[in-house]
Design a binder for this molecule. Structure first.
Ligand code: ATP
Length: 305
C-alpha cells in the first residue's frame, strides 16, 4: 500500500522554487530517507505533506486523502521539526501531556522510559533547555506517539553521538515492534544508511534519485586496486567517480552483467558503494549528476526486475 504519493508537486516562493515538480511514491510501513543538501526542499516537502504550507501546483495523496485541513489524515500524522517553538512558560512535562492527549496511539510508559533514557529534565522551563535536550523532547514525542505516519526532520540537532545512536536504535526497535511509515530527513547519511529501506534524494527542489536502498547497492559498485588495472577495467564502462592515491585507484561505476566477475579476474577488490558516497557524488555537480542519477535509477530498476 502507498502511504504518500505526489505528482508534480511544486512550491514556489517569490525568490525560489523550494519544490519543483516532485513526483514520489512512498510505501507504507517502511523507513524512508529524505536526503538533500541545505535548501534542497526537504522541510518544504514535509510541510506540504502535513498540510502546514500550501502547494503552488501539483497533487498529493497522504494516507489516501489530502492532508490539507483533513483531521482524519492529520490525526494519524506526527511531524517533528527542528525549529519547533514552545510557549515561554512551558516545561517538557506540559508538552508531553498535550502530546499524550493529541495522539491516539500514545504510549505513556514508553514515553516515560525515553524521558529517563535521554535524561530529559521535564520540570525545567523549555526555554532553559539545551539544544540537545530540546531535540530529545521531539524524539520522545515522535516515538511515543506511534503515529502511522511519522515525519522526523533532522530530529537530533545538538544531540551528542551517544544520544544520536540511541535514537537510531530506539527508532529501529520501536518500528520493528510497531511497524509504521517513517520519513526521516537527515544529513548524517552514514549513520542511518542501514536503517533506510528507501531513499529520495532532492536537489534544488527536484528529485535527483528515488530508489530502494537494496537496489542502490546493486546499482553502483566500487573497485579498487592498482591504478593501471583499475583504469584498464573502467575503459568502456560508466564511471561515477574515480580517486587515485599514488599508484592505487578507487572507482565507482554502474555495473552490467558479468562485471563483478570481470573485476575479480582483473585482480581488483570489490565493495558495495556507500549511500553517503553516492549522495556526495550525485549532489556535488548537479547538471552532470542528473544524467547519472537517471542511469543509476535505470540500473536499480533493472535490479528490481
Ligand atoms: N517561507 C519561505 N519563504 C521563502 N523561501 C523559503 C521559505 N521556506 C523555504 N524557503 C526556501 O526554499 C528552499 C528549500 O528550503 P527547505 O527548508 O525546504 O530546505 P531543506 O532541504 O530542508 O534545507 P536544510 O537541510 O538546510 O534544512 C530554500 O532555498 C529556502 O530558502
Amino acid at each position: 500500500m502507498t502511504a504518500i504519493h505526489t505528482r508534480g508537486l511544486t512550491k514556489r516562493y517569490p525568490e525560489v522554487a523550494a519544490l519543483d515538480g516532485v513526483t514520489v511514491r512512498l510505501d507504507e510501513n517502511r523507513i524512508h530517507g529524505l536526503l538533500g543538501r541545505n535548501g534542497a526542499g526537504k522541510t518544504t516537502l514535509m510541510q506540504l505533506l502535513t498540510g502546514q504550507v500550501f502547494a503552488t501546483s501539483g497533487e498529493m495523496q497522504v494516507l489516501g486523502g489530502t492532508p490539507v485541513e483533513n483531521v482524519e489524515v492529520l490525526s494519524q500524522t506526527v511531524f517533528i521539526q527542528e525549529s519547533q517553538k514552545y510557549p515561554d512558560t512551558f516545561r517538557a512535562v506540559d508538552v508531553l501531556r498535550i502530546a499524550a492527549g493529541a495522539y491516539p496511539n500514545w504510549d505513556q510508559a514508553y514515553a516515560d522510559r525515553l524521558v529517563e533514557q535521554y535524561r530529559l529534565p521535564t520540570k525545567r522551563l523549555i526555554k532553559k533547555l539545551s539544544r540537545g535536550q530540546l531535540s530529545a523532547i521531539g524524539i520522545v514525542i515522535g516515538l511515543a506517539s506511534r503515529a502511522p505516519l511519522t515525519f522526523f526532520d533532522e530530529p537530533y540537532l545538538g544531540l551528542d553521538a551517544v544520544a544520536r545512536q540511541m535514537f537510531f536504535d530506539d527508532l529501529l526497535a520501536d518500528y520493528t515492534a510497531h511497524p509504521r511509515t517513517i520519513v526521516l530527513s537527515t544529513h548524517h547519511i552514514d549513520e542511518v544508511a542501514n536503517l533506510l529501506e528507501h531513499v529520495v534524494i532532492l536537489d534544488q527542489g527536484k528529485v535527483l534519485l528515488e530508489a530502494d536502498t537494496d537496489d542502490l547497492h546493486d546499482a553502483a559498485i566500487t573497485v579498487s586496486g592498482k591504478a593501471t588495472a583499475v583504469d584498464a577495467f573502467l575503459s568502456g564502462r560508466e564511471v561515477l567517480d574515480r580517486k587515485a592515491l599514488g599508484t592505487l585507484a578507487t572507482a565507482t561505476f554502474t555495473p552490467r552483467d558479468g562485471d563483478e566477475l570481470a573485476a575479480r579476474e582483473a585482480g581488483l577488490d570489490l565493495s558495495p558503494v556507500s549511500l553517503q558516497a553516492l549522495f556526495v557524488h550525485l549532489t556535488t555537480a548537479n547538471a552532470a549528476s542528473a544524467a547519472e542519477a537517471t542511469d543509476i535509477r535505470r540500473a536499480s530498476d533493472r535490479a528490481i526486475v
